[in-house]
Design a protein around this ligand. Sequence first.
Ligand SMILES: Nc1nc2c(ncn2[C@@H]2O[C@H](COP(=O)(O)OP(=O)(O)OP(=O)(O)O)[C@@H](O)[C@H]2O)c(=O)[nH]1
Ligand SMILES: [Mg+2]
Length: 300
Amino acid sequence: MKNDNRCCGFVALLGAPNAGKSTLLNSLVGSKISIVTHKVQTTRSRFIGIALHHNCQLIFIDTPGIFAPGKRLERAMVSAAWTGASEADVVVVIVDAARMLDDNSRRIIDGLKKNNRQAILVLNKIDVIRRDSLLQLSQQLNEIGDFTETLMVSALKGDGLEDLKAVISRQLPRGPWLYPEDQMTDITERMLAAEVTREKFFLRLHEELPYAATVETESWQEKKDGSVRIEQVIYVERDSQKAIVIGKGGRSLKEIGKMARLELEEMLDRRIHLFIFVKVRKNWSEDKERYRNMGLDWVE
Ligand SMILES: Nc1nc2c(ncn2[C@@H]2O[C@H](COP(=O)(O)OP(=O)(O)OP(=O)(O)O)[C@@H](O)[C@H]2O)c(=O)[nH]1
Ligand SMILES: [Mg+2]
């Protein structure tokens, strides 16, 4: 295919925490790139997932949810989301259709207006909601926001995604593809592995603990037999948190490690030896190096 028939561009997925941005990214790409949990603020930085639609290469940017941030980490996350939007050719706003019009949606719409950005509106989770309330929400959002199109999808079931890709493709600039045809992401295996462990951590531990932790892959050793030895560190803020993460007789950590290992083995299609250490680092969320490792900019 000639280059002049092609189109390519960045598409930011913006939305409130838990709207389903990462689920949508994974479904669009057809591969798990970004971790998903039922909890808010799962995604902490920007992740790229690449999909093709006919002659178009759609480079999706998954972003952290937008909310009213307090702590530095939260501010850095929200800032990363807006940076994602500013770098994109097309912005897609994802709204959880099972929820009413709320402050976070208003916040996103206000932010886009301030920057004179139009967007495509996507009402997600239509598998769990009645059609009449969908129409009402769509109307309300279109009254306050500047949306070129409104689509209704289920990121989980995959409904409406072909239409979404077609609509996005029409808005992307013409030009050559920026990534090789078979590339799905730019996330490194080390980062992916850390994210998978963080997902299991989010799923296994409750209350404030997931938010008090970060995971880093410290070493990655390819073995002669084709397997990989991975060492990771979970940083928490206090000794009491470390004790909970490890659990009685090491049970909790063992479970997290097992879940992460099984998923990584499937994703990477090789045997994994995963070793996870828990370290207390008071104020890790005030430590610049941790931000670099998470792919976040330091915000003052
Ligand atoms: N029923 C239903 N659930 C969905 C759909 N899309 C996402 N979810 C669920 O919504 C929850 C949040 O999904 P995520 O993809 O992590 O949401 P997110 O917007 O990336 O969240 P943050 O990263 O925290 O901002 C998970 O429990 C998903 O399974 C959908 O189309 N239908
Ligand atoms: Mg997410």
